[in-house]
Write a protein that binds this ligand. Structure first.
Ligand SMILES: [Zn+2]
Length: 267
């Protein structure tokens, strides 16, 4: 090997290492935001659901002389911060364990409708909201995870302020008032853009007064997923975040408790 070849190989190796470091630095230097509410007795569930249960099996010093704790957890699929699998409203579509991992991660697009939802609890996010996001930020990228910031997270877990009612059962469902995604906008997203999921900071993708859950049906018929009861969306930029949404892998599940985080990539 002559000196020139050795030098070239050296340069290629250095360039390779530098490139490798750069790629990792996106993860190392980014800022992580938790978009998940803790599960506890305050967690918001649908009025017809049983609230989450977390009971003590054992807690304290055991007979062998060391501390030990263990609890049992039981919950309906669709409460607190949770994931909706397509099968929730689409026969034969993916249940939780069948959703590909690639569909659980993606670029975050955060659409801020807090001003509109502040004056109208029944606000439905519109095609115009997406179009005005695009005017400022460019086209919604392929593979995006679209997050709707309605500002309602500020009320969580105050059931009355967050859902519009303290009532349980059918009477509770009748009196739900919170913002959601308009079915026309859901249709626009699935027809005009190539997104992976929609998430928001209310109990349901369809607004509280929806009777036919049309936005759910439109999204899930195309095997998209949704995240409900999200936290901290106001900490995210309109673009430039990476979302990781990992539901509990329930075989056959129509939904599941969700741990969801965002990485804000350093510009
Ligand atoms: Zn759900």
């Amino acid at each position: 090997m002559n000196r020139v070849t050795a030098l070239l190989i050296g340069l290629i190796l250095i360039a390779g290492c530098a490139h490798h470091r750069d790629r990792l630095s996106v993860l190392k230097e980014g800022r992580w935001i938790d978009l998940t509410w803790s599960f506890d007795e305050q967690s918001v569930y649908w009025p017809t659901n049983i609230p989450v249960r977390h009971e003590t099996v054992f807690e304290g010093m055991n007979d062998k002389g060391y501390y030990y704790s263990s609890f049992k957890f039981s919950a309906e699929e669709h409460g607190g911060t949770h994931f909706d699998a397509p099968i929730h409203f689409a026969k034969g579509a993916n249940s939780v364990e069948k959703v590909p991992v690639e569909q659980l991660v993606g670029e975050g697009v955060v659409v801020d409708v807090t001003a509109k939802a502040a004056v109208d609890r029944d606000y439905q996010v519109s095609i115009e909201d997406f179009q005005s996001w695009e005017e400022k930020n460019g086209r919604i990228p392929d593979g995006a995870i679209v997050l709707l910031n309605t500002g309602f997270a500020q009320y969580y877990p105050d059931k009355l302020k967050y859902t519009g009612t303290m009532l349980a059962g059918a009477a509770g469902v009748e009196n739900l008032h919170f913002p959601g995604l308009h079915p026309d906008a859901a249709k626009w997203l699935v027809d005009q853009r190539k997104i992976k999921a929609v998430g928001l900071d209310t109990p349901s993708i369809d607004f509280g007064q929806s009777k036919d859950f049309m936005s759910h049906r439109i999204l899930y018929a195309r095997n998209l997923t949704a995240y409900e009861n999200l936290a901290n969306l106001n900490s995210l930029p309109a673009k430039g975040s990476w979302i990781i949404a990992l539901p509990m892998k329930i075989r056959g599940g129509s939904g599941a408790p969700l741990r969801i985080v965002a990485l804000i990539v350093k510009p």
